[in-house]
Design a protein around this ligand. Structure first.
Ligand code: PPE
Length: 314
């Protein structure tokens, strides 16, 4: 990961140099995690860079913000435009984009009262989240001793800053024990999701993933994979995934904006299938990468091209 290549940050309506994108240590969001964010990827296509499912990510950002009473003082169109201009100004052909909105500095105490609402968008080049090797050969995951917080404790469908402490506990423990990623069970003991990804299994040619009844974030990549798999003619079912279902599955993979479509080859040292990425996983992964790169006509509506016109004119 390299922030070094980022020159500009979008901050409350203005483009500022990286070194000027600062907030005060008394910000409410820093003390209590009272903010919401998104993770979006921009990919290189034959027609220049394009942002993948930008509208859907922004829609989820506003939905998450509403849960915590954050009234974003910009429209979705403004944030969409800001995102595209930010990528252009930084001259990125592909990157990860992180819009964030949080309670700023005014007072402390849990109720955010009159704290200002701060909005920023960062972008930086981000390599495959679970490694290029993991993307190709699959990752080794562990079932975390930490449970995923229940959706009655905090809405798991909201992507909020403080909610990620649960994921941080799980992934730190997993990496310390030599694994690539953690899978968290929910309060019912079913498999919920990864620290930063959704889970899919393939059994007898059928694809299974869980949904918001099982304390997960409803991932946008998850939605892409469901559509892609159905378009390929597979049956996709949304239901609870028990640990036994995962351990006896023919194939398994995780999905996320950062992790993209990453095969799982082992769960707690027990192989999934033959310990190699499965054929159906590979087929879905290939079509996903075709879609993000604009090579699949059917999914071109998922892409927002970045205007190259101004650059050509210069
Ligand atoms: N579950 C969780 C808990 C999660 O954080 C993510 C995204 C997903 C599922 C998949 O959602 P989607 O990106 O819409 O397909 N995790 C983001 C943050 C990763 C990070 O380390 O930061 C991401 O993938 O961008």
């Amino acid at each position: 990961m390299s922030f070094a290549e980022t020159k500009w940050v979008w901050l409350n309506g203005k483009f500022v140099p990286w070194s000027d994108a600062n907030f005060h240590v008394s910000a409410h969001g820093l003390h209590y995690g009272s903010g919401v964010f998104e993770g979006v990827r921009c990919y290189e296509t034959a027609d220049g860079p394009a942002v993948f499912r930008l509208d859907d990510h922004l829609q989820r950002l506003y939905a998450s913000a509403e849960v915590y009473g954050l009234e974003i003082p910009f429209t979705r169109e403004e944030l969409a435009e800001a995102t595209c201009e930010l990528i252009e100004r930084n001259h990125f052909s592909s990157c990860y984009v992180r819009p964030i909105c949080f309670y700023g500095s005014q007072s402390l105490g849990l109720h955010p009262r009159n704290c200002p609402i701060e909005v920023a968008i960062l972008a930086w080049p981000w390599a495959p989240y679970l490694g290029a090797e993991g993307l190709q050969n699959g990752v080794r995951v562990t079932v975390s001793p930490w449970k995923k917080f229940h959706s009655q404790m905090m809405p798991t469908t909201a992507k909020a800053c403080g909610q990620y402490l649960n994921s941080i506990l799980a992934v730190r423990d997993a990496v310390k024990r030599g694994f690539d990623e953690a899978l968290l069970l929910n309060a019912e003991g079913q498999v919920a999701e990864g620290s930063g990804e959704n889970l899919f299994i393939v059994s007898g040619g059928k694809i299974v993933t869980n949904d918001d009844r099982h304390s997960i974030l409803l991932g946008i990549t998850r939605d892409c994979v469901i559509r892609i798999a159905r378009d390929l003619g597979y049956l996709v079912e949304a239901r609870a995934i028990r640990l036994h279902d995962l351990l006896t599955a023919d194939e398994a993979f995780v999905t996320g904006t950062a992790a993209e479509v990453t095969p799982i080859r082992e769960v707690d040292n027990s192989r999934i299938g033959d310990g190699m990425p499965g054929a159906i996983t590979a087929q879905i992964q290939k079509l996903f990468f075709d879609a993000v790169a604009g090579r699949a006509l059917r999914y071109q509506h998922w892409l927002t091209p970045i205007g190259r016109a101004s650059e050509v004119a210069v």
